[in-house]
Design a protein around this ligand. Structure first.
Ligand SMILES: Cc1cc2nc3c(=O)[nH]c(=O)nc-3n(C[C@H](O)[C@H](O)[C@H](O)COP(=O)(O)OP(=O)(O)OC[C@H]3O[C@@H](n4cnc5c(N)ncnc54)[C@H](O)[C@@H]3O)c2cc1C
Length: 486
């Protein structure tokens, strides 16, 4: 079945040019071969024009936050992408722009030889900016395709104000969209030359490539997560076989490690939410499990974030909050904060709260914080900074720099959730006003904070992850954490 037209938008008025060499797919956010509607759409167009497909993926030193952690994670995905594209008969150019002086015109060079350019529709960060300004500079048709969401973003045609309003819409549309995309079938294999600017990436040269880039070398690779499709598939298998059945009961107990760890892979598009949802659905049907809690997070909450980001121009701005939140902040702006920490103290995990310090250290070490403590992490930053927007900016910036899943619709939406977005008013108190509040005592009552603090301290001391679930075998595969359900 062809890619659903509601996933596709044409962003310029330039024509398709069937006399050129290939259809170009520019992989900006969905850095994968499988279940990628944008790549499938490029293949459809190529088959129609009797042309092969060229897959272009770039990595530049120039974007804000470019550092060893993000570069390593992306590069770890490249060898498997190359392998899968070769098997599918699709050409592959990977270009690593190492320094400011290196070439910066690769997309334009490739597009000159293209009959059509197809890329990812994505409402945040660099892709949003590129899709706003690149199409008009090209004299070839430029299509964007939504392969990020299960239900295409276009099908929710207004900004939604909470999970309560988007959930029924998604539920109604799910039967239509929760289905496996077609396999890739190119009719014309790419057998042209690969340009000299292509960067060959192997498992063995990643560290060297990263070191050669003019980027921030002070943020090292995650001690827990290895990038790439294979790592995503392995972690997902661990989740299905050991943790899906524990998810509903234990997802809010960080020391239980019952969550899926899919967010870094989803952010870089190394796996899609559609693939995960299908596997979770099938596995839970086969094993008579209820997966509703997981699918609520993966689809409803995540797609609410895409919806929010799509409908606002500055997703990190508190101006986008509902009226009650803005009034609330005005009323409590002058409330006394005690203590107040500097940006540096926050970044370096130097607060007086041992649990909070552990959450920030998890961010520094692993590149993500457990979802339940991440809420606490955000709420405390509000309490410890003088100005609400400053608090939001610090959270977004720390995510940009350290989080493998940062710079994502989920980042902006969840940071603003800390201020009341998609939430409801709660009883009034200082600084927070009617925003939901979270306290150390509440965390202590509901979770095993000492187990978590100890775990983070151990991985900090070891310089590698000691939680078996994240640990790699020598062949790069993950070691499942638990054999039995608890
Ligand atoms: C202050 C704050 C900042 C956050 N920043 C990010 C971020 O930068 N990137 C990010 O992906 N998530 C973010 N989240 C949401 C959530 O914490 C993570 O998605 C989750 O912890 C990822 O771990 P997991 O894949 O093991 O989650 P699981 O519990 O296994 O969930 C599976 C998937 O569902 C989605 N999901 C889970 N929780 C949420 C949620 N609250 N909202 C939307 N989607 C959700 C994610 O895609 C996640 O990978 C943030 C939450 C808070 C409170």
């Amino acid at each position: 079945m062809p890619v659903e037209p509601e996933r596709v938008r044409k962003l310029n008025s330039a024509p398709e040019r069937p006399d050129r060499e290939y259809v170009l797919y520019w992989s900006q956010m969905n850095r994968r071969v499988d279940a990628n509607h944008a790549l499938l759409y490029a293949v459809e167009l190529a088959n129609r024009h009797r042309l092969p497909v060229m897959f272009y993926e770039g990595l530049t030193c120039t974007y804000e936050y470019a550092n060893d952690r993000l570069h390593t994670f992306i590069l770890e995905g490249v060898p498997e992408t190359a392998k899968r594209l070769k098997k599918a008969g699709i050409g592959y150019v990977f270009y690593l722009r190492r320094t400011m002086k290196s070439r910066n015109d690769i997309l334009y060079a490739l597009a000159r030889r293209a009959a059509v350019v197809v890329t990812d529709d994505y409402p945040a960060f660099i892709a949003r900016d590129h899709n706003g300004r690149v199409p008009e500079k090209l004299d070839v048709a430029y299509y964007v395709v939504d392969s990020s969401c299960v239900v295409p973003m276009s099908q929710i045609d207004e900004r939604q104000y909470g999970a309560y309003s988007i959930r029924p819409k998604i539920t109604a549309l799910m039967p239509k969209y929760l289905r496996a995309p077609d396999d890739l079938r190119v009719r014309h294999r790419y057998d042209g030359k690969i340009p000299e600017y292509h960067t060959e990436v192997t498992d063995g040269n990643i560290a060297e490539l990263v070191a050669s880039c003019q980027i921030d070398h002070s943020v090292g690779p995650s001690v827990s997560y290895r990038g790439g499709r294979l790592a995503a598939e392995q972690l997902l298998t661990v989740f299905l076989e050991h943790n899906l059945k524990r998810y509903a009961a234990h997802r809010n107990e960080p020391s239980e490690r019952a969550t899926s760890h899919m967010s870094p892979y989803l952010h870089f598009g190394q796996i899609s939410s559609l693939e995960i949802a299908l596997l979770v659905r099938d596995y839970s049907e086969q094993h008579k499990l209820i997966a509703n809690e997981y699918l609520e997070e993966l689809i409803v909450r995540r797609e609410l974030a895409f919806n929010y980001t799509r409908f606002v121009s500055e997703p990190g701005s508190l101006k986008n909050l509902p009226e009650w939140c803005r009034l609330n902040m005005r009323k409590h702006a002058a409330d006394k904060r005690e203590p107040v920490y500097t940006r540096g103290q926050i970044e370096n995990a130097e607060s007086g709260d041992p649990l909070w310090n552990a959450t920030q250290k998890e961010m520094l070490l692993r590149g993500k914080i457990h979802g339940y403590y991440r809420m606490y992490w955000g709420k405390k930053i509000i309490e410890w900074t003088r100005d609400y927007q400053e608090a939001a900016d610090i959270m977004i910036d720390i995510h940009g720099r350290y989080a493998l899943d940062g710079r994502d619709p989920n980042t902006y939406t969840n940071v603003l959730w800390c201020f009341g977005l998609h939430d409801r008013p709660w009883p009034e108190r200082p600084i927070f006003g009617k925003m939901r509040y979270m306290s150390y005592d509440g965390m202590k009552r509901k979770t095993n904070i000492q187990a978590y603090i100890d775990e983070i301290e151990r991985i900090g001391n070891a310089g590698r992850d000691i939680a078996a679930q994240y640990e790699l075998f020598d062949d790069g595969s993950y070691r499942p954490d638990r054999q039995e359900a608890t």
